[in-house]
Design a binder for this molecule. Structure first.
Ligand code: MTE
Ligand code: MO
Length: 367
């Protein structure tokens, strides 16, 4: 008997794919702590997990720079100031299961609301490393990240990579991180060093990064040029490079984690809870909950803000009386923006960016 390797994740973790390892926490475990423990944090991999020894790791910085760099982990951690950022990572495929319920999306994992998690990241500012290569602010440049893991699902098969605009790369929240929740960054999550791009889709936070290249155009890597793009609903999901809208910042979203959809609960109070994330540099300003399918709304309790890069937990007590109760949530950001309502309107062939109002049906059962 061979058992599936779960990389130290907690029992109850939902393994979407064993190889490459793709897994999300059980909803109740994710809802438990706002800083997600490492054994609960989701894992998203396109290829085999590299095993890079800290002593062997090198980072090359090249391209449109004044001075190329070739850094060891020792140099990175000793020559650059260490900063902490609490940031939520969120996969663009988070909540794809709700899209799949509308129309199948072959070849993509049907993630629930757990392809997102929050950690305290420690590392050097990418801006500081770029500055030591002589890179300063400039319009229209891009910063490409390359990793050693070769993704079989890329066509042609190639090492994982992507890019972000230089403007974002120079922002203080973007880190080359070597610690996660006060532990050395675990191998599964990109150790020894990964990029953390708060506010952008998880795909841009490249793990095991070993090359950073300043360019005058976005990366040609499959995961920038072909995947992680929003295609029109009727487009061929295998559309070629350059098709569709490349995803960069996360959209305003919220999700319900508890109770489960279809839960049968006794009459009386039940706490409905979940998370909300502004996306990009927006903060969550309010989450509303409806217990009547969206006819009337009340504001939920919100956890304290940790700034724009981290989700906020919310909770709301519904008094269950009888029949079925349709719970809906919707988030507002600090600029007055409201989360998109319709899942069907957001449906796209690769199933990315489901930022629609989350819904749960509760059945009130008397025993
Ligand atoms: N090298 C590399 N970096 C990667 C990936 C990958 O497959 N290879 N997956 C990306 C995607 S799609 C996401 S959502 C996040 C997931 O980070 P995690 O596994 O630490 O949760 O890593 C990103 N960085
Ligand atoms: Mo992702």
């Amino acid at each position: 008997m061979t058992s599936v390797r779960t990389w130290g994740k907690r029992p109850g973790t939902v393994v979407q794919e064993a190889v490459p390892f793709n897994a999300e926490a059980a909803a109740a475990a994710l809802a438990d702590e706002e800083i997600t423990p490492v054994d609960v944090f989701y894992a998203r991999n396109h290829g085999p997990i590299p095993d890079v020894a800290a002593n062997d790791w090198r980072l090359v910085v090249d391209g449109l720079v004044d001075a190329e760099l070739d850094l060891s982990l020792d140099r990175l951690t000793s020559e650059f100031a260490e900063h902490e950022v609490t940031a939520t990572l969120q996969c663009a495929g988070n909540r794809r299961d709700e899209f799949v319920a509308i129309r199948p999306i072959p070849g993509e994992d049907p993630w629930g609301p757990g392809a997102t998690s929050t950690a305290r990241w420690h590392g050097a500012r990418l801006a500081d490393v770029l500055a030591s290569a002589g890179v300063t602010d400039a319009d229209d440049l891009h910063v490409e990240f390359t990793a050693p893991d070769v993704a079989a699902d890329a066509s042609p098969a190639q090492a994982y990579g992507s890019s972000i605009p230089l403007r974002k790369a120079l922002s203080r929240e973007v880190l080359l991180a070597w610690r996660m929740n006060d532990e050395p960054l675990p191998r599964l999550h990109g150790g020894p060093v990964r990029v953390v791009v708060p506010g952008f889709i998880g795909a841009r936070s490249v793990k095991w990064v070993h090359r950073i290249t300043v360019r005058d155009s976005p990366s040609d890597n499959y995961f920038q040029a072909s995947a992680y793009r929003l295609l029109p609903a009727d487009a061929d999901p295998g559309a070629g490079a350059g098709e569709g809208i490349p995803l960069s910042s996360i959209g305003l979203n919220s999700a319900i984690l508890c109770p489960a959809d279809g839960a049968v609960l006794p009459p009386g109070p039940v706490t409905v809870s979940g998370y909300a994330l502004g996306g990009d540099d927006r903060e969550i300003a309010r989450v509303d909950v409806s217990a009547d399918g969206g006819a009337t709304w009340r504001p939920a309790e919100l956890s304290a803000s940790r700034g724009p890069w981290a989700w906020r937990f919310w909770s709301f007590t519904v008094d269950l009386v009888d029949g079925t109760v349709d719970v809906v949530a919707r988030a507002w950001d600090d600029r007055g923006g409201l989360q998109s309502e319709s899942t069907a309107a957001l449906w796209n062939p690769k199933g990315y960016a489901n930022y629609s109002w989350p819904r749960r049906r509760i059945v009130v059962g008397r025993s």
